[in-house]
Design a protein. Sequence first.
Length: 156
Amino acid sequence: MRSATPKMNIPSNLSTGGLLRLAWQRVRREMITALVEAGYAELDESLFAVFAYPLPDGVRPTDIAHKIGMTRQATNYLIAQLEAAGYLERRAPRGSSRRLVHLTKRGWQLAETMFGIMRGLQSQWAKEVGQERFDHFLEVLRMLSSQQPPAPGGRH
């Protein structure tokens, strides 16, 4: 990864949500910069969102829209851009007329590049805070992430 990011003065009373947002913004900045350096300059932040976990392979466009918090129309626009760039394709399973979104070979290459960038960033963060502290941090994040909040409006 690149040299250390300039340090911000973070207030000691900043909420957990604020800290997570700042960490996520750092991940996004690092990811976008590294993707551009790796030859994926056509991907902007909105297109990058479609490739957030879990990957968009074998899913309905509506599922992607829910995942990234966008309307179906806006999501279909992003999917069309990624189709035109050769990262995604829509195809119907045999015996169905409903088309699902799938990664193309180029889409899988992008995903592997992103995984490599993330491994590098995780390694960098482990060096910054120490491997044991970073492993504990990941353990806590996994535990908190496994507990799903209730659906809005009490829906299941």
